[in-house]
Design a protein around this ligand. Sequence first.
Ligand SMILES: Cc1cc2nc3c(=O)[nH]c(=O)nc-3n(C[C@H](O)[C@H](O)[C@H](O)COP(=O)(O)O)c2cc1C
Length: 172
Amino acid sequence: MELLNAIASRRAIRSYKKTSVEDSKIEQILKAGCSAPIGKSLYDHLRITVVQNQEILRSISEGLKANMHVDFDPMYNAPVLILISSKQMPFPNIEFADAGCIMQNMMLEATEQGLGSVVIWGSSMVVNAVPDLKKALLIPDDYTAVSGIVVGYAEEAVEAKELTLSIHVDRI
Ligand SMILES: Cc1cc2nc3c(=O)[nH]c(=O)nc-3n(C[C@H](O)[C@H](O)[C@H](O)COP(=O)(O)O)c2cc1C
């Protein structure tokens, strides 16, 4: 898939089939994520956690549901959650930029693999708030979950985006 085509085709997918995602596809998605630009090359300050355990996915989803006061599954029944965690960084907020770059690379590769994806911002807050959950996810105490994406086969295709300047741009 050509780059701009992949960028346009990556849409926030909010309905997933139960079908599990092939390990080979997850592997490629992880490689794309690990190839993202990382501030100061602090790779050892970051961790990626792939969650496919149904019970843990349900716990995170229930936590999100309670936080968001919603009745639907805020992870849209997706079979895979990929969380990014980080150690304390030497520069403020750099972990959020790192996570953004990693997540975008992973979502573009998911698109390339015929999969849907979406950022689930609050997933990290639920994980950080529940020590047993963090432990079950093997996230060490000195790491904090930053954000996550879900990945899976989309229930319905979503139209590609038109490549437009949807954000205000000044050219000086
Ligand atoms: C930082 C960030 C947090 C987001 N959090 C959520 C979320 O928690 N749940 C959700 O359904 N979508 C979430 N999204 C998806 C956006 O709502 C979506 O990307 C936006 O509406 C644009 O649509 P598109 O992705 O189809 O281009 C998030 C996106 C970003 C970049």
